[in-house]
Design a protein around this ligand. Structure first.
Ligand code: ZN
Ligand code: ZN
Length: 150
């Protein structure tokens, strides 16, 4: 099997036997994307099972928009996405993972407290946090986030 490259720490690694089994299983089930754990930095790494197994040469198209929130991590302009297969929420930009939606909500509360400009992209709906429509992210939001201290 091809080596997998972690985009976060740039390590190339061979999947473990267990991961190979999981990758084969998802390829057989027609799952196009799969998340595995980087053995070095433990970031999530998106892999394409069919490509890894040499059954396909094209990466799956980004058709589905699974973005739930602007990433509530300091200085990160990525998005929180739900990975239904891995049952985890994660941001591919900074590699942060949240096991539950509650944990995402906690991070949102913390980042808003730290940086009031973050209030513009999250809305509180009762006890639940919702995102504004991602097409409506205010101008200047990204540059403000870029200037946050890590
Ligand atoms: Zn890594
Ligand atoms: Zn992030």
């Amino acid at each position: 099997m091809k080596k997998i490259k972690c985009e976060t720490c740039l390590t190339e690694f061979e999947p473990t036997e267990k991961q190979v089994v999981e990758i084969e299983k998802s390829a057989n089930a027609g799952i196009e994307r799969f998340i595995i754990d980087c053995p070095k930095c433990h970031s999530i790494v998106f892999v394409f099972p069919l490509m890894l197994l040499g059954k396909s040469t094209v990466a799956p198209k980004e058709i589905e928009d699974d973005r739930l929130f602007c990433c509530p991590v300091s200085a990160c302009i990525g998005f929180v996405e739900e990975n239904k297969d891995a049952k985890v929420f994660g941001c591919s930009e900074c590699g942060t993972e949240w096991r539950t939606l509650d944990k995402v909500h906690q991070s949102i509360e913390q980042i808003i407290e730290k940086y009031p400009h973050r209030k513009k992209v999250y809305q509180k709906n009762g006890e639940q946090w919702k995102s504004i429509s991602l097409d409506e992210i205010p101008k200047g939001y990204y540059s403000k986030v870029n200037n946050e201290k890590v």
